[in-house]
Ligand binder design. Structure first.
Ligand code: PAF
Length: 283
C-alpha cells in the first residue's frame, strides 16, 4: 500500500485510474470501516482510503484533540484489506491556506438532529468531503449508514454539485450484543460498555411499536419517541434526540405522508457518561 500525504503526489499516482473507489475515514479503524473497504472493492478498483481527523467538523468543546489516532494499527488493517493507496494528509497538506470557502448544507437537512446539537458539523463534513473527492476523483465513494444523516447530506451535495461520483451506502456493523461499532466506543468505561447496547434495544422496541400501530399518525409517533426517551433517561442516559423521520429527506412525517407508506427511520444520539453515541434503524 502506498501512503501519500501530498495532494499532487496522490494525483500523480492515480492518473489514468478512472474506476477508483474511495472510503474517507478519520482513522481508528474498526470492522465497520473495513466492511466499507470491502464494499468499495466490489464497486471499483483500485481502492483508496483516507485518514484525516478534520478539525472543521469539531465544535470548540468537542473531542478533536482527544480523538483516537492509531495510524500504525490502521495502516496494518488497510494493508490486510488490500487497499492500494492510503491518503493521509496533514492539516497543512489539506488546508495549506485557511479553508475560507465552505460548503453549507441547506438548513432543513444540515441544522436538524445532529446539526442541531453540533452546530456547523455538517458544514465541516461537506467541506472536507468535497475537498477529498476533488483530490481523489473516485468513481465511487462509500459512506456508512451508521452516520445516516451524513450519508444523506453527502448524497444531496454530490447531486446538487453534479459531482461525477456514485455515493454508495454501507450497512452498519454491530458488536454481537448489538452496539454499533464506532471509534468513540473506546471512550466507554467497562460499566458503560455493558449498558451501551441498550441504545439499539430501545430503537428496536420503538420500531416494533411503530410496526404494531393500527394507524400511523404523528401523535402516535410522538408518543413512541417520548417512551423511548424516558426509557433511556431512566437508565441514566442523557438523550439529545430520538426521532422518527422520513427516510427520503429526514423530515418529520406528516399524517398525509404516513398514509402513503413513506419509509421511516428512527434516529438517536444520546450521552452515556461523557460519551455521545449515535445510532439509527430503518423501519
Ligand atoms: O464519517 C467520518 O468519519 C467523517 O465525517 C468523514 C466522512 C471522514 C469526514 O471527515
Amino acid at each position: 500500500m502506498k501512503i501519500i500525504s501530498d495532494i499532487q503526489e496522490l494525483r500523480d499516482h492515480l492518473r489514468g485510474q478512472n474506476r477508483a473507489s474511495f472510503v474517507p475515514t478519520m482513522g481508528n479503524l474498526h470492522e465497520g470501516h473495513l466492511s466499507l473497504m470491502r464494499l468499495a472493492r466490489q464497486h471499483g478498483d483500485p481502492v483508496v482510503a483516507s485518514i484525516f481527523v478534520n478539525r472543521l467538523q469539531f465544535g470548540p468543546n468537542e473531542d478533536f484533540d482527544s480523538y483516537p489516532r492509531t495510524m500504525q494499527a490502521d495502516i496494518d488493517k488497510l494493508e490486510k484489506e488490500g487497499v492500494y493507496i492510503l491518503f493521509a494528509p496533514t492539516e497543512r497538506d489539506l488546508y495549506p491556506q485557511p479553508q475560507e470557502y465552505r460548503v453549507d448544507p441547506p438548513q432543513q437537512l444540515g441544522d436538524i438532529l445532529e446539526g442541531e446539537f453540533r452546530p456547523g458539523f455538517f458544514k465541516g463534513v461537506c467541506t472536507v468531503v468535497l475537498k477529498l473527492l476533488s483530490c481523489v476523483q473516485p468513481q465511487v465513494a462509500v459512506f456508512g449508514k451508521k452516520d445516516y444523516q451524513q450519508l444523506m447530506i453527502i448524497r444531496q451535495m454530490a447531486k446538487q454539485f453534479a459531482l461525477p461520483v456514485d455515493i454508495v451506502p454501507g450497512e452498519t456493523i454491530r458488536a454481537e450484543d448489538g452496539l454499533a461499532l464506532s471509534s468513540r466506543n473506546s471512550y466507554l468505561s467497562s460499566a458503560e460498555r455493558t449498558e451501551a447496547p441498550e441504545l439499539q434495544k430501545v430503537l428496536k422496541e420503538a420500531r416494533a411499536r411503530v410496526l404494531d400501530l393500527s394507524e400511523r399518525n404523528d401523535h402516535a409517533l410522538n408518543e413512541i419517541e417520548k417512551v423511548a426517551i424516558s426509557t433511556l433517561t431512566r437508565r441514566g442516559w442523557n438523550p439529545d434526540y430520538i426521532a422518527i423521520r422520513q427516510q427520503s429527506d429526514l423530515a418529520r412525517p406528516s399524517n398525509e405522508s404516513l398514509q402513503t407508506g413513506e419509509g421511516l427511520v428512527i434516529l438517536t444520539a444520546a450521552k452515556l457518561g461523557k460519551t455521545r453515541l449515535i445510532d439509527n434503524l430503518e423501519i
